[in-house]
Design a protein. Structure first.
Length: 102
């Protein structure tokens, strides 16, 4: 499935064949993934502008920035395999809540 939009970002280069900015994107779980149009190889996950939401557990479909359960946030960051953007959202929320408690 081609998503008809491009991101304002650095060039997308295929490491397998060297093609530059020749990719198509597919939604895979919580990610948008770039694949090379020339050789079909996986290139990378593309950044998303959407705020991160939990895709699991008791806070499923809740924005990370709206979760006030500090123990759950700490558990999630230590035990769930997640994208770097999700990990950053969890870290930011944990720091925000810890600063509020001081």
């Amino acid at each position: 499935m081609y998503l008809g939009f491009l991101f304002f970002m650095a060039q997308v280069i295929c490491k397998a064949c060297g093609s530059i900015d020749r990719f198509y994107a597919q939604q895979k779980a919580n990610n948008i993934v770039a694949y090379c149009e020339d050789c079909g190889s996986y290139i990378k996950n593309l950044p998303q502008g959407n705020p991160q939401a939990f895709y699991f557990g008791k806070y499923k479909d809740t924005l990370v920035s709206e979760c006030n359960d500090l123990s759950y946030l700490k558990w999630a960051i230590e035990n769930i395999k997640c994208t770097s953007s999700m990990k950053q959202a969890l870290t930011d929320r944990i720091l925000s809540l810890e600063n509020m408690l001081r």
